[in-house]
Ligand binder design. Structure first.
Ligand SMILES: *Cc1c(COP(=O)(O)O)cnc(C)c1O
Length: 600
């Protein structure tokens, strides 16, 4: 049986029962049933299902583990957390997160003007806001407005000029100054594919000289009270914890020395994000647990504070991926299997077939358990030969088609006969007999990190999990771009089921897509973001809420700044027939994904 690595990446959020994947929370609905419910209400695939209870679980895990560690080490300061908005700004994701975390005082991290405005509008009362990233006078002014509104806000400076602008605005507005944080440029760098945020050449942060300059400037302007935080962020998805340890030591010492220099109100270290989640379906790539992560942070900071005889700092985190990724599943129906359409009816035998075709016929008719392996290999060799003969002009298109069909039939029969118990044999031949699954979605829109940086997301069928999948699979999306493919990878093979799509539907779920994918997703080929819905669980029941329909085709043109009226005039003025007008109008008011014929 194949559980698609659920025990590695699933974190007990899902279970497999009766051959389907279900939510591991009462009333344990099957994901496929939620999909069917949505489709019955007229929502077309692809779909994004979001689960606020899973986000809640991640937040609570983060707080509990840190707070337990703080108790264990008798650490004298507190733990605070912020959600970095760049990871997921969607209201369906963010609003339940804020509502469910009010009691924890969970705050928001903003990296741009627009994100700061979002934080000012929606952040929980009294919860902290930090502002990272490059800043101009406007964003700094916004920071002062936020402070004036009563927000607990810290502007983290990335350069001395930002500090000068803060001083300028402070003198101009004569309003209370937001807290100031210093982002340090670490000489230790991060780890993993996103590790560009740390290191001496990194895009962000202050060098040692700049830190001293900043401290002196703040002192000169009598603003030492406002200097409260040291910040670093070593990059996303650390697979290994040692870069964090180095960064903690480095920033811990900067904190201690600034305190010794007289930064009296400095009281926090913000360790940024980077906490990884397990995306692998094969073997764990994340080499540390949350408990280990927390222990390292608390222990290191305590140790440095003690040795330097300064107060222990409050610990802030800005983990985003860890909080958001598990929340969302992308559902894509399989539209087509590229070779399963072949059956005996597809054959066009001639009165007299070439020898090699005759040979294929006899392999097909005589194949048995004992000969299955050998015949399968023979058929693949014959197919190669036919293709060469075709290029040389010795066989025609009809022969080539017959060879294609017969080879597929032989392979299929062989797979059935062999009833693969393990995949050793399949592995040897799978390169040649991959099945291509066409999925109704766009990789560019829904899994941009796969396209951009080769990030894999766990994928599995929602049904048929009590039968052994036997087809080594390549996944194709419906964009007209050859990058819209998740190719078969023999090292991490994906096996799917042989399904007859005339008789049954077959859905794949891509899991852990709640971090970064929504906002990075692009409208390549004019595919829009899928229809999405939240699934809320309460008192042994679940309900669907906050449905947001996928954009219509007309909306996309509007986004591109076409004059919609002109566009429609051009289309409709050429059609007289009212019926055709209706059809066209319906298409314009629907999304551009392909329509699957529903099977009752
Ligand atoms: C991106 C970012 C984060 C979030 O990182 P994750 O790896 O998603 O936890 C936190 N802080 C800063 C400053 C960032 O730029």
């Amino acid at each position: 049986m194949n559980n698609y690595g659920l025990d590695i990446w699933g974190d007990d959020n899902f279970i497999i029962q009766d051959g389907v994947v279900k939510l591991n929370i009462s009333p344990y609905p099957a994901v496929v049933d939620i999909v069917k419910e949505l489709r019955a209400e007229g929502n077309k695939c692809p779909l994004l299902l979001r689960f606020p209870h899973i986000t809640q679980k991640q937040i609570s895990k983060l707080y509990t583990t840190f707070n337990d560690t703080i108790k264990e080490y008798d650490y004298k300061a507190s733990f605070k957390a912020l959600f970095p908005l760049k990871v997921n700004q969607n209201p369906n994701f963010l609003l339940p997160l804020l509502k469910n975390s009010e009691e924890l005082n969970y705050g928001l991290e903003a990296g741009s003007k627009a994100e700061l405005i979002l934080a000012m509008a929606y952040n929980n009362k009294n919860a902290p806001i930090t502002v990272n990233g490059f800043k101009d006078k406007e964003i700094i002014t916004l920071g002062f407005i936020a402070k004036q509104q009563g927000h607990n806000i810290t502007l983290t400076i990335e350069g001395i000029n930002e500090l000068k602008t803060i001083i300028e605005v402070y003198n101009e507005l004569n309003l209370p100054c937001p807290n100031i944080g210093l982002r340090v440029r670490l000489h230790s760098s991060g780890d993993g594919i996103w590790a560009k945020s740390g290191g001496i050449n990194s895009k962000f942060g202050l060098s040692a000289t700049e830190i001293l300059d900043a401290f002196e400037l703040v002192k000169e302007y009598n603003m030492l009270e406002s200097l409260t935080m040291i910040h670093f962020h070593i990059g996303s998805s650390m697979s290994n914890i040692s870069p964090l340890k180095k960064a903690l030591k480095e920033s811990g010492h900067i904190y201690a020395q600034l305190k010794q220099l007289g930064a009296n109100n400095l009281k926090a270290i913000n360790i940024g994000g980077g906490l990884a989640i397990e995306y692998s379906q094969f073997q764990s790539k994340k080499q540390y647990s949350l408990a280990e992560f927390c222990s390292d942070v608390v222990f290191t900071l305590k140790d440095i504070a003690q040795k330097n005889d300064v107060e222990e700092p409050d610990i802030y985190t800005e983990s985003g991926r860890f909080i958001a990724a598990p929340n969302t599943i992308l559902i894509t129906p399989v539209l087509e299997l590229f070779s399963s359409d072949y059956d005996e009816n597809s054959l066009r035998p001639k009165e007299v077939n070439p020898e090699i075709i005759k040979e294929l016929y006899s392999l097909y008719n005589e194949i048995k358990v004992k000969t299955a392996r050998e015949y399968m290999h023979d058929s693949l060799d014959h197919l190669e030969s036919i293709l060469t003969l075709f290029d040389l002009g010795y066989v025609d298109l009809q022969d080539r088609s017959n060879a294609e069909v017969l080879t597929h039939l032989i392979i299929k029969k062989a797979i059935q006969l062999l009833e693969f118990k393990d995949y050793t044999e399949l592995k040897n031949i799978e390169q040649k007999i991959q099945e291509k699954y066409l999925l109704n979605f766009s990789i560019f829109q829904s899994l941009p990190d796969f396209w951009g940086i080769g990030q894999n997301f766990p994928v599995m069928p929602l049904t048929k999990l009590n039968t052994i999948p036997t087809r080594s699979s390549t996944l194709w999306d419906i964009t007209c771009d050859s990058d819209g493919e998740i190719p078969f990878n023999p090292k991490e093979p994906l096996y799917l089921h042989d399904v007859d799509l005339e008789k049954e539907e077959y859905f794949l779920g891509f899991f852990l897509v709640g971090a970064y994918q929504d906002i990075l997703g692009m409208k390549h080929n004019l595919f829009t973001s899928p229809t999405e819905v939240n699934i809320d669980f309460e008192k042994d029941k679940y309900k669907l809420s906050s449905l947001i329909k996928s954009q219509k085709t007309l909306d996309i043109f509007e986004d591109l700044d076409y004059d919609i009226e002109d566009l429609q005039n051009r289309l409709f003025s050429k059609i007289q027939d009212e019926n055709l007008k209706d059809i066209l109008n319906n298409y314009l008011n629907d999304n551009g994904y392909l329509k699957t014929t529903e099977i009752k």
